[in-house]
Design a binder for this molecule. Structure first.
Ligand SMILES: [Zn+2]
Length: 352
């Protein structure tokens, strides 16, 4: 999968290639978002880009700053999903020919590749079970799968590049599988990349979440209207200005107003803020601005703010906003969540 074949997600894709090009790849990451938004396709395109021996970079102004070449031997094997250093793990189910004593992802590799091809790597969990004629079953990633992973990752890579393990629907790991994986997540072997792909962070063990870097994949269905984007932009500008001065009374007023918005709006605003931070980072790190991405409707702010997001603080800002999104989803008290996030961001911006 090349990035160019993925619908939308331009800001996120440019962020990901920038991270790889600057050699700051985190060894364990979780791509979190609805399957239909291409979270698995993004993870596979990311792994392909990492292993491509002839990465392509495009001139400023192009929608994508870079992509894998699609033609080198690694790219060709990734396209067919047959690269010997690419390992796929996913929920499996018992079928008439596969009993519960032996069932594992290993037994369904060919079926899974067909499923990925059929749905362009954007198929849902239900579609996966349907393709196995097991529509009413609930799949699982078992201890046996985790043991296979640990064994596989302990081996040397076949082709000298990165060994990549992709765990699709990672929230389907049962407790013993998750526990088996903890040590591997913590102390990976050299040149190993573990990519968890999940739809729900709530169903994952906190011990797993704390060991991976989360990449939020925006739901493409929820693209903001121009009107909403303008409203969020104006909120974002006031917020960031307050974080510089850290005037407690004004900040507290801003937090009260945001608290009054309601959870869904709060969550959408945070997703907007996360995209804005990514766009700022791209501008400072790579000089790339996508049309309309950095228009906050305030010329002074448009000019000075992007430089506040740097390679030093971008991941911290990203993670802090991700954590706030999940706190809001889990019904945390919004005033406290936004206040804490404000302090964290303020500190990160000051220490840029
Ligand atoms: Zn290539």
């Amino acid at each position: 999968m090349q990035f160019k074949d993925i619908e939308g997600q331009r800001v996120l894709i440019n962020h990901l290639t920038e991270i790889i090009d600057t050699g700051r790849v985190s060894h364990a990451q979780m791509f979190l978002g609805p399957n239909a938004s291409g979270s698995l396709a993004l993870a596979l395109a990311y792994a392909q880009y990492l292993n491509c021996t002839n990465r392509q970079h495009y001139p400023e102004g192009a929608a994508l700053r870079a992509d894998s070449c699609g033609e080198c031997p690694n790219c060709r094997k990734y396209r067919e999903l047959v690269h010997p250093d690419l390992h796929l793990v996913f929920p499996s189910v018992t079928t008439p020919s596969v009993s519960s004593t032996s069932v594992s992802a290993e037994m369904f590799q060919e079926e899974f590749r067909q499923f990925l091809n059929q749905y362009h790597q954007c198929g849902t969990e239900d579609q996966w079970y349907e393709s196995l004629n097991a529509a009413n079953k609930q799949g699982m990633i078992r201890e046996r799968d985790a043991a296979n992973i640990v064994k596989t990752l302990a081996l040397k890579s076949y082709e000298g590049g990165y060994k990549v393990l992709v765990i699709w629907m990672a929230e389907r790991m049962n407790l013993s599988a998750a526990n088996e994986l903890l040590k591997t997540l913590e102390e990976p072997t050299e040149k190993t990349l573990i990519l968890l792909v999940a739809e729900s962070r709530d169903r994952m063990l906190s011990t797993i979440i704390s060991r991976v870097q989360t990449v939020v994949v925006p739901d493409i269905a929820s693209g903001f209207s121009a009107e909403k984007k303008a409203a969020f932009a104006s909120m974002f500008v006031s917020w960031m200005r307050l974080l510089f001065k850290l005037n407690m009374q004004s900040l507290s007023n801003w937090v009260d107003q945001t608290h009054a918005l309601g959870r869904e709006q709060q969550k959408q605003f945070l997703q907007y803020a996360q995209e804005a931070v990514r766009a700022c980072f791209l501008k400072t790190a790579a000089g790339i601005t996508l049309p309309g991405e950095l228009d906050f409707g305030d010329e002074k702010f448009d000019n000075f703010f992007p430089a506040m997001v740097t390679p030093r603080n971008v991941e911290g800002m990203n993670q802090a906003i991700t954590d706030a999104i999940y706190a809001i989803e889990r019904n945390a008290y919004a005033k406290i969540t936004f206040m804490q996030l404000s302090f964290t961001l303020s500190k990160l911006i000051k220490n840029r």
